[in-house]
Design a protein. Sequence first.
Length: 129
Amino acid sequence: ATAHALNQLSSRLKTAMESRMRLVAAAGHDLRTPMTRMRLRAEFLDEERDKWLHDLDELDRIADSAIRLVREEVNQDAVEPLDLEKMVRDISAEMATLGHSVSIGHLDKVSVRAGALGLRRALRNLIVN
């Protein structure tokens, strides 16, 4: 009876996770169309054009992140050795080009085994926040 209950629970959890992944993927893709329309409209603005485009770029990154999350969840085999120090420095440089002020002190050389996209997303969120 316990094994049967655990199997049912496992099955329901798997179904819930698949449903969540479909929802996140659909939301990420569905955001693309209105964001494209907004970007086209923003191109014709004189005032605050850059602010609109910056906000739309941020929405693009959020949608990309949601879609990558689903892909990573589906493909968990993508674990590889990564140079953490290089990744943090690359993200810092990326943030600087976006206008964020980021300063990084000493970093030890560390190699980790992780999914590159997920780790990059997590580090980017930490640095931005």
